[in-house]
Design a protein around this ligand. Structure first.
Ligand code: DC
Length: 226
């Protein structure tokens, strides 16, 4: 019996976090919160409004005036900014390649972390991102750190892109993923790091259901211990 836990799933780009987190939340009857989508939504808005992505003050002003919300849907979660649906727009390459710059601003992170903590307040949440186990939900009962090789992650993103009509070569994807890993791991504010108490799970050569099962084993062991 799982007692409304907080489950934090972190790891680098395209390690399978959101796919796995969504399924897990569904199976446990928990809320799913994709924190990367929040950084992406702000990036999308900033690009739309031609705001300089290096300008932290302008970004924070924009963020304070942007309500970012989620709505569950069968296929995936819908994302809205001020009631405008941005679900697909935030996955386009222009946003993907700019989001690390936006996510590096300390004030932006502080505001989004507060919003994420509010979402998780009641428990019963699966939240994925880069700093969930370390910063957003340091008291989460279950912390998972997912990794996979760059090659495998690029291949997964390639297949996903093809389904969404995005045409980027495998080589470019590998480079983009390595670049994003570097930026996410080396920024000053809350860099991507594994929490000491996070369970490390290498998803290379595992399919989605195998990863979900492994996480459920961790959840079950915490339920018994808790
Ligand atoms: O998981 P994703 O690819 O949708 O994340 C988009 C970007 O946002 C990624 O470059 C890292 C950043 N991010 C972050 O810094 N902290 C989070 N909690 C989630 C995402």
């Amino acid at each position: 019996m799982t007692n409304k836990m907080m489950i934090a799933i972190d790891g680098p780009a395209s390690a399978g976090k959101s796919t796995v987190a969504k399924i897990l939340a569904n199976e446990l009857g928990y809320i799913y919160c994709d924190t990367g989508a929040m950084y992406r939504a702000l990036t999308y808005e900033a690009l739309q409004q031609e705001i300089d992505l290096e300008n932290e003050e302008d970004l924070i002003y924009l963020l304070k005036n942007s309500e970012i919300s989620f709505e569950p849907s069968e296929k995936s979660q819908r994302v809205y900014v001020n009631q405008e649906e941005v679900t697909e727009a935030i996955r386009q390459p222009d946003v993907t390649n700019s989001v690390s710059v936006v996510a590096a601003h300390g004030k932006v992170r502080k505001e989004l972390v507060i919003r994420q903590q509010k979402i998780a307040d009641e428990g019963g949440v699966v939240m994925d991102g880069r700093d969930i186990g370390t910063t957003v939900l340091p008291n989460a009962e279950v912390k998972i750190f997912l990794i996979a090789s760059v090659e495998e992650r690029a291949e997964r993103r390639y297949k996903e892109n093809r389904l969404n009509g995005i045409d980027t070569s495998l080589e470019i994807l590998k480079k983009e993923i390595s670049d994003r890993d570097y930026k996410d791991s080396h920024r000053e504010s809350s860099p991507l790091t594994r929490a000491e108490d996070a369970v490390l799970l290498d998803t290379t050569r595992l399919d989605i259901q195998q990863v979900v099962s492994k996480i459920k084993e961790v959840v079950a062991s915490k339920s018994i211990l808790g």
